[in-house]
Design a protein around this ligand. Structure first.
Ligand code: DCP
Ligand code: MG
Length: 379
């Protein structure tokens, strides 16, 4: 593995940083259409079986018109879009395409931060400082990805990661939105607060209840208001709302652990109830590890009891893993020891750490990768 140098820190009053956020359109479905042109123009739904509580990993834009979306139970998707063609995911093929796309990104700049298999930030400051326009670079990136892989990419350009990310999502599919330096605040102002990184549905709802609907409403609040509202996160949220955040594009494997946790609406008890939750969390962690191309040796389970007692249990495997099956089996082994009758849980978490840079390890073949979709957060 090579470690790349970071861009110089942002100098207030100095020149702008220029960042692209690039995200493939309907990634898994687009790969399926590419490999089988008969599917072109049809409602394609990639995911698990409707009979087996499978979920939709993604759907083509033709299927989305009917309301089908990622993480929806496939059974619901079939009801909304009966003519939809269900395709089982081929992860190896998606990984292969992902690598090809990431290679193109790396031809543009060495400062690439992958966020998942189909999405990355690119720091293009050097090229812009040398006289190229962000628009020209973004167009060339889209064209090159299309030429080399046949996939379409949506790109957002801006002076910060959060502006670029919001911009890339705005005109999907095949979108291209450039936010000029100095126009960040104006660009963000009319958008709903939920578009901001870090404002989930619950926070969004609470803000709306207080009359803060748009990012513009948020940006006009005082620093004291942000502090009361967001505590430790105040400065981060405020700088994102005003389009002034200066998070650098991170190329190194900085993550020390990848985890996902879930607090339940009601305390849960019993194996049958808790196992699916652990399974979902293990799936989220595996997906995140995959996006970051990481494997770790240590699996941790976190649990909080009804009385708020919180504890963690962990074990170290003889080999690094990124497999949802292995993570789940290990996590369940740790957790099931704690599952005494009647004990009820309000939170569960699964984490993987102890990352290795040795890519030589190959796991023996475990069962098929499972598809577990849900909106839990993974860090
Ligand atoms: N994915 C998944 N489960 C989810 C969300 C996504 O398995 N809950 C997979 C399938 C997607 C891929 O990750 O194809 C990329 O995720 P995106 O959120 O970028 O979604 P798409 O690329 O499919 O659509 P788009 O980016 O055009 O909205
Ligand atoms: Mg995508």
């Amino acid at each position: 593995m090579t470690t790349q140098s970071q861009p110089p820190p942002y100098q207030p009053g100095g020149s702008y940083r220029h960042i692209l956020h690039a995200d493939l359109d309907a990634f898994y479905a687009a790969v399926e259409v590419l490999d089988n042109p008969d599917l072109d123009g049809k409602a394609v739904m990639v995911g698990g079986d409707p009979e087996n509580r499978g979920v939709v990993a993604t759907a083509s834009y033709e299927a989305r018109v009917f309301g089908v979306h990622s993480a929806m139970p496939m059974r619901t998707a079939v009801r909304l879009c009966p003519q939809g063609i269900i395709i089982h995911p081929r992860f190896d093929r998606y990984r292969q395409m992902s690598r090809a796309v990431m290679d193109v990104f790396h031809d543009f700049t060495e400062l690439v931060e992958p966020l998942s298999m189909d999405e990355a930030y690119l720091d293009i400051t050097e090229a812009v400082d040398a006289g190229r326009l962000p628009l020209a670079i973004a167009l060339e990136l889209k064209n090159t990805v299309h030429e080399k892989t046949g996939l379409t990419l949506s790109v957002g350009a801006g002076t910060s990661k959060s502006v670029a990310k919001i911009a890339s999502d705005l005109h999907k599919p095949d979108g291209l939105v450039v936010v000029a330096p100095g126009e960040e605040r104006e660009f963000l102002a009319p958008l709903v607060v939920g578009k901001l990184w870090g404002i989930g549905p619950k926070t969004g709802q609470r803000l709306r209840a207080d009359g803060v609907e748009t990012i513009g409403d948020l940006a006009s609040q005082s620093t004291g208001w942000f502090q009361r509202r967001f505590g430790k996160r105040a400065l981060d949220v405020q700088s994102r709302a005003t389009g002034e955040d200066r998070e650098p594009v991170r190329t190194e494997r900085e993550a020390k652990s990848v985890s996902a946790e879930s607090t339940f609406a009601t305390d849960l008890t019993g194996e049958d109830t808790l196992y699916p939750h652990l399974s979902r969390l293990a799936g989220r962690v595996a997906q995140h590890l995959e996006g970051k191309q990481l494997k770790g040796k240590t699996v941790t389970v976190k649990a909080r009891l009804a009385d708020f007692t919180t504890f963690t249990r962990q074990t170290t495997l003889p080999y690094p893993t990124g497999s949802d099956t292995v993570i789940l089996e290990t996590a369940w082994r740790l957790f099931s020891r704690e599952l005494t009758p009647g004990r009820s849980f309000r939170l569960l978490g699964v984490g993987v750490s102890g990352f290795t840079e040795d890519e030589e390890y190959q796991l023996p073949l475990f069962g098929e990768e499972q598809l577990i979709g849900d909106g839990d957060s993974a860090q």
